[in-house]
Ligand binder design. Structure first.
Ligand code: PLP
Ligand code: SF4
Length: 345
């Protein structure tokens, strides 16, 4: 690691957490060749150049240096690299895989507002993410149609204000923490003013890939929310949890947020007992409860990440035999048109 670090100033700064989160987003790697060079890996690892181009034209590679700093150099099968490296495999058609596997489109009550489950409304606040996960089920979501500024959110806010059955608003995306803190502060203010809203849930992977996102201006609006905040991190592998992330998670807890994690069950990343044990252990040590382990949604391009449900069921039952109950995530699948996620184990 040392020689590669020394050769790469961005990686050195990333390792030390020295730049603002906005700057970390600006500097993020967008070229497969740059990522492979940073890790001292062969340039042809992504497969056929033209096929790769058609993949990245549609869903570009995007990964911050802060996340790359947690990858191991020269390891083709690094579990963090595997989550973000675009390859020509994604261009292969897979039967049963579609562009909207979870029925988001049919759950939409207004552009960007999904109401699928009782008591909860999910606001797709932005299409932007701080990392492009190759298994993402929303890789083909029509983000360009989503309102992304306070003025444009007003219809969704009015809808939530007028529906007292909604107790919990879920900020999702894309990734809500890609928004400016001023926009997020505005949203929090709206929900503070609605007596029927008891909880705000934030689903985000930004603090995982760019821990310095948990900055003072973010903590200000988080603390200004007068009800419970539930913060759901998206950590798939224990190697993602380093000191920077641990410190960021601690700040979130100190600001009063309840921390839960959801992971996706991914072949070649976390589909083995040892990794799941280690993930639970590291999450709990960092003050985060394992909430969900999601079976992969069958989105076009992600077929090579699919692991069998029977494999997941076995791992969960082994985990259950060893861990405190709260260390075992709920293994679930998202089924289009159902009233909740479906338990698999
Ligand atoms: C997953 C999801 C939720 C939240 O479900 P929980 O089981 O409460 O975590 C809410 N709305 C939508 C559209 C979802 O996909
Ligand atoms: S951060 Fe979440 S929404 Fe964004 S690409 Fe990754 S899985 Fe998809």
């Amino acid at each position: 690691m040392a020689t590669i670090l020394a050769a790469n100033p961005y990686l050195v700064e990333a390792t030390c957490g020295q730049v603002s989160w906005q700057e970390a987003v600006r500097r993020a790697i967008r070229e497969p060749a740059v990522l492979l060079a940073a890790l001292d890996l062969p340039a042809d690892l992504c497969g056929h150049p033209q096929k790769l181009q058609s993949v990245t034209d549609q869903f570009p590679l995007f990964v911050p240096w802060e996340f790359v700093a947690r990858m191991r150099p020269k390891q083709v099968d690094d579990p963090l690299l595997r989550q973000v490296l675009a390859t020509d495999q994604e261009s292969e058609p897979q039967s049963g895989f579609s562009s909207d596997p979870v029925g988001d489109n049919q759950a939409e009550v207004l552009p960007g507002l999904l109401k699928k489950y009782a008591g909860r409304a999910l606001l797709v606040t932005t299409g932007a993410c701080a990392v492009h996960c190759r298994y993402c089920f929303r890789r083909e979501y029509p983000y360009s149609l989503v309102p992304k500024t306070p003025a444009n959110w007003q219809p969704a806010i009015d809808y939530i204000a007028a529906d007292p059955s909604i107790e919990e608003v879920i900020l999702s995306g894309g990734d809500p923490l890609m928004l400016a803190d001023s926009s997020l502060a505005w949203l929090v203010e709206q929900f503070n003013a609605m007596p029927h809203i008891a909880r705000l849930r934030i689903h985000s992977r930004v603090p995982v890939v760019i821990p310095q996102r948990v900055c003072e201006t973010m903590l200000d609006w988080l603390r200004s929310f007068r009800k419970q905040v539930v913060f759901v991190t998206h950590i798939n592998h224990p190697q993602e949890i380093d000191d920077h992330l641990r410190a960021a998670l601690q700040k979130l807890r100190q600001a009063g947020a309840m921390l839960l994690n959801q992971a996706v069950f991914l072949r070649g990343v976390n589909n083995d007992l040892f990794t799941q044990q280690s993930l639970s252990t590291h999450l709990i040590a960092a003050g985060v409860l394992p909430y969900y382990l999601h079976q992969l949604d069958q989105v076009q391009g992600a077929g090579h990440f699919e692991a069998a449900v029977s494999e997941g069921v076995k791992i969960i039952s082994q985990l259950r035999a060893q861990f405190s109950g709260y260390g075992v995530p709920k293994y679930v699948a998202e089924i289009s048109g159902q009233t909740s996620k479906r338990p698999l184990a």
